[in-house]
Design a protein around this ligand. Structure first.
Ligand code: GLN
Length: 456
């Protein structure tokens, strides 16, 4: 009830949601009935969770932030959503996002702009900005997002909450509207690292409906974490931490750099060995990401032809029907990405763009492997700055893309990464949060969560 009151109070201003569930109370009563009957209600019993609108929900519209899917109601739940419900969670509603996940501020939603709860003149980040703002404003305990190039980690940083991008394949993508299938993962936002761990345990695992989901065993991430000896003054003894050199150089807000440095000394005081590591292909990751993500998107978004689902324009000729529906239903950024992707994949340019981007991807993977052979965890900021003003970058897409420099490489390599709040910079009434990004090798989410827990 406390959370519902928070929603009533804050939602008119923040607008974290595209759709609020009208069955929260009914779901809660149903859960009470189960408890009375002595049925097992699961580890998330009664926990209110927000779900990004690109995850299909059978009982609520699912638009992916796009007008082309206005009113679309899927016939099934995404696997991650189904598992949340099975664990007893109650879905609060569908959170706002940049259309189909393409953007870094949530200003690219086809519906409305979400405000940052720390300072409502600023963006919450994106594309999962609604999910981050909802947890930050305590409208729900945790939420699901998706991360193709940083869409969980950057908004977590901007809104001062915990954000986890799991290893590629850790969580089923079934029912997640595809943006760039080789990069997309379902991620988690939590008010704390423990909440994040419990939600991850609930949604992770193999799914026969997603051939890329991994059958790697799913540990109980939260109990592993509690086992950590908090009383020991050097709980991180022997842990090797590498600060990524390229992420603390020019163009990074000074307050962000000092927060990360403070976090790294904290880790050192707790017994870890902190060194500096260079990722040689770091700067190439950004252009390679935008070519690969746009290329995959140009193919994935071909399904929005208005015939199978979504809004349909009035036209009596099939190609006009496709053209008009897409012209009206898709926003500017999405059209631009489809054009870029189609161009990069076209016969004459394939070798110059797509193929080279794939080669860069291999280099990025190799440089991470080399670094993680030397260090257990790599650290960096989650974004080059704290949350900026609404409208500040809307007319400069390249400046907005550049803001993804800290996160996209991790998706190219498929690695897990956790963002935890680690400091503040000046701004707004009470300062603006800064997030620390921690990266480790595939399927070592447990390690990240244990170390992240130290910051709480
Ligand atoms: N901002 C990046 C993009 O627009 C990342 C988005 C995401 O992770 N979904 O592609």
């Amino acid at each position: 009830a406390e959370y519902l009151d928070r929603i009533r109070l804050t939602e008119p201003q923040l607008k974290s949601f595209i759709h609020l569930s009208d069955s929260v109370l009914k779901d809660a009563l149903e859960l009470d009935r189960k408890v009375e009957n002595g049925e097992d209600v699961g580890p998330l019993a009664g926990v209110l969770v927000g779900v990004k609108d690109n995850l299909c929900t059978v009982d609520m519209p699912s638009t992916g932030g796009s007008r082309i899917l206005d009113g679309y109601r899927p016939a099934f739940d995404a696997t991650a959503v189904r598992k949340l419900r099975e664990a007893g969670a109650i879905i609060a509603g569908k959170t706002n996002m940049d259309e189909f996940g393409m953007g870094s501020t949530t200003e690219g939603s086809g519906f409305h702009v979400t405000k940052n709860p720390w300072d409502t003149s600023r963006v919450p980040g994106g594309s999962s900005g609604g999910s981050a703002a909802a947890v930050s404003a305590r409208q729900c305990v945790a939420s699901l997002g998706s991360d193709t190039g940083g869409s969980v980690r950057q908004p977590a940083s901007f809104c001062g909450v915990v954000g986890l991008k799991p290893t590629y394949g850790r969580v089923s993508r079934f029912g997640l509207m595809a943006y760039a299938s080789s990069l997309d993962v379902v991620g988690v936002f939590g008010s704390s690292v423990i909440d994040t761990a419990i939600v991850l345990s609930a949604i992770a695992g193999h799914d026969r409906l997603d051939a890329t989901s991994s059958s790697h065993e799913v540990p109980d991430y939260s109990s592993e974490m509690i086992a950590l000896d908090q009383l020991n003054s050097k709980p991180l003894k022997g842990l090797k931490i590498g600060v990524i050199k390229e992420t603390l150089g020019d163009g990074i807000e000074a307050g962000v750099v000092s927060s990360i440095k403070a976090a790294s000394s904290h880790l050192e005081q707790l017994g870890s060995i902190v060194g500096e590591v260079s990722l040689s292909s770091f700067d190439l990751g950004l252009p390679a990401y935008y070519i690969l993500a746009s290329s995959e998107a140009s193919s994935n978004l071909a399904r929005y032809d208005s015939v199978r689902y979504g809004q349909q324009a009035d036209a009596d000729d099939l190609s006009l029907l496709y053209g008009d529906s897409r012209a009206k239903g898709l926003g500017h950024e999405v059209k631009m990405r489809i054009l870029m992707g189609t161009y990069a994949l076209s016969a004459g340019y394939y070798d110059a763009y797509y193929k080279r981007a794939q080669q860069v991807r291999t280099l990025v993977q190799k440089s991470f492997k080399d670094a993680l052979d030397q260090y257990d965890i790599l650290i960096s900021p989650a974004a080059p700055s704290a949350a900026y003003k609404i409208g500040e970058k809307t007319n400069d897409p390249l400046a907005m893309y550049a803001g993804d420099i800290m996160t996209v490489n991790v998706n190219l390599a498929g690695l897990p990464s956790l963002v935890v709040p680690c400091g503040f910079v000046e701004g707004g009434a009470s300062g603006l949060p800064v997030g620390l990004q921690m990266i480790s090798s595939s399927f070592s989410e447990g390690k990240l969560l244990r170390v992240g827990h130290i910051f709480e």
